[in-house]
Unconditional design. Structure first.
Lengths: 216, 217
């Protein structure tokens, strides 16, 4: 029995089958993710933080193959550090997103990870960029990962332009909670990062503190 | 998710679709889109009716292979009529759903269709039953199905409340269908809704341009 399960664990790739979301508000962005990492049917990490720092006020949300996503994030973190020393000030969110996009596009065939890049900079305020498959596109909000399919309807219906910071945070937490309850590859706790002019604030919401809906 | 993959692998005409049924205070609303597609990128019909009346106050909606669905619903309609004549009273919604379930379960190898049965009867009032691909029968306060349903699980989980009024329920069902049609490429056309209560049956058809619009439209 033991032998059987170890074999299948090592044979299946480690994926962050996941739910990630990023939303712009007036003055910043809110990023959110679940915390489950699965290898086939086993959960190999139930508390992974999928919101990775790229720079002080720029974060990215990871989905897809865990190794690919982490590697891209680390490479871009390094490239951004060099870039920000070269220009002598904080990098723009668009620059970070472009760096991610360049890697995703160049290694399109080999990689299978999708990163959503979001942050705050002086020139454009809060911005969210999607970089799926090497495309670069700015959007008011973005969802990604396997759990996102289940909440497209919800985010389409509930998103409104000009939400406040607190409304955005609530919207993100609700979305993640709904996705976790329907997607087998999403679960655990919810991580939230709020980025504005003053900096980035990380928060973790435990499973039993998440909002519940009518059947829970 | 399994259902979603099945729909796009079906050869021939399939109702890649969005269907739902919701109970409210005093009745039930059953609804669907109206698109029939072939191979995921050809729309063979923009105005197909997926809500089949199997008895006075009982409707079925179909998802999956159209041919299978039509065959099953024709057979079920006949069996339910016969049953109702023998019992000398209108059939129970549960009986209609059981008939669908028997047909699906006994022919599970050949069939590729899922059903939602909804209606009103004197014994239990408004009810919704779902018969899944393999023949499982479940009774639920509301249910969604078809390929487009994947995108609205979050919305319906968040927005459903027990004991809604007729207007609230109509708005809920319309919104859910509009959202699913907006994201699923094999669902679309018009929204068909049927409101079933003790007093009767009412058809509501909402053309594409009158559907509710959301933030990006």
């Amino acid at each position: 029995m033991l032998e059987e399960s170890t074999e299948s664990e090592w044979q299946s790739e480690v994926k962050t089958g996941t739910t990630i979301i990023a939303v712009e508000f007036n003055g910043g962005v809110v990023l959110g993710s679940d915390s489950r990492v699965s290898a086939g049917e086993t959960v190999v990490n139930r508390v992974m933080n999928k919101l990775s720092l790229l720079h002080d006020k720029i974060y990215c949300a990871l989905s897809g193959s865990a190794a690919d996503a982490q590697t891209i994030a680390e490479m871009v973190n390094y490239q951004l550090d060099v870039h920000s020393i070269e220009i002598g000030e904080d990098p723009q969110v668009r620059s970070a997103a472009t760096l991610v996009k360049n890697i995703s596009y160049k290694y399109k065939e080999e990689l299978s990870a999708h990163l959503i890049v979001a942050g705050w900079d002086r020139r454009g305020g809060g911005q969210v960029f999607v970089t799926l498959n090497g495309l670069l596109s700015r959007q008011p909000f973005a969802v990604g990962g396997s759990g996102s399919s289940y909440v497209y309807g919800f985010v389409d219906a509930e998103y409104q332009k000009g939400m406040s910071k607190e409304d955005c945070q609530q919207f993100v937490v609700n979305t993640i909670s709904l996705a976790m309850s329907r997607d087998g590859s999403s679960g655990g706790v919810a991580y939230l990062v709020t980025i504005d002019e003053k900096g980035a604030e990380e928060k973790c919401i435990l499973g039993n503190e998440l909002p519940t809906f009518y059947d829970q | 998710m399994e259902r979603h993959y099945m729909d796009s692998k079906i050869k021939g005409v399939s109702t890649g679709t969005t269907i739902l049924a919701v109970t409210f205070n005093g009745g039930v609303i059953i609804g669907s889109d109206s698109r029939a597609s072939m191979g995921g990128n050809y729309v063979c019909s923009k105005t197909i009716n997926k809500l089949i009346q199997v008895h006075d106050r009982i409707f079925c909606c179909i998802a999956g292979s159209l041919a299978d669905a039509q065959a099953v619903t024709k057979t079920a309609k006949f069996q339910i009529s016969l049953h109702s004549i023998q019992m000398e009273s209108p059939p129970l919604v549960k009986a209609a759903a059981s008939v669908m379930k028997e047909l699906c379960y006994n022919n599970k190898e050949e069939l590729q269709a899922g059903f939602i049965t909804a209606g009103w009867d004197k014994k239990k009032g408004p009810q919704v039953y779902t018969v899944a691909l393999g023949g499982m029968l479940l009774s639920l306060p509301f249910t969604i199905g078809g390929s487009g349903s994947t995108y609205i699980y979050g919305y319906t989980d968040a927005k459903y409340k027990p004991d809604m009024s007729r207007e609230e329920c109509l708005q809920f069902a319309t919104n859910a269908l509009a959202l699913a049609m907006g994201r699923d490429n094999v669902s679309g056309g018009v929204a068909h809704l049927v409101v079933i209560t003790e007093g009767g049956v009412e058809h509501v058809v909402i053309p594409g341009d009158k559907l509710p619009k959301f933030h990006d439209e």
